[in-house]
Design a protein around this ligand. Structure first.
Ligand SMILES: [Zn+2]
Ligand SMILES: [Zn+2]
Length: 90
């Protein structure tokens, strides 16, 4: 499974930042969330589980415009926690 799909599945239809349900479902009736790299790939962020979160379109846009330090801290913690869970489960 691709990392982005894994992250979205783990998010269970909820945005990692605002914790609200995805605003709509896609054609496959899956909650629509977007994957975001907490540290952008263009800033040498890693394309790995501990750097990817699932966001609603609003929060995704916000992360790219505002880059609020507290948001980044929160998302980093969530991503690292998922990485940790994956390591413990396998
Ligand atoms: Zn959100
Ligand atoms: Zn993004």
């Amino acid at each position: 499974m691709e990392l982005v799909e894994y992250v979205k599945r783990q998010a269970q239809g909820y945005c990692d930042l605002c914790e609200q349900p995805a605003p709509f479902a896609n054609k496959d009736q899956q909650p629509y969330l977007e994957c975001h790299h907490v540290i952008w790939l263009s800033q040498n962020g890693a394309d790995s589980l501990d750097n990817i979160v699932a966001l609603c379109p609003n929060c995704h846009r916000k992360m790219h415009i505002v880059q609020d330090e507290n948001d980044i801290k929160k998302l980093t913690a969530i991503a690292r926690n998922r990485q940790h869970l994956l390591n413990t489960n396998f």
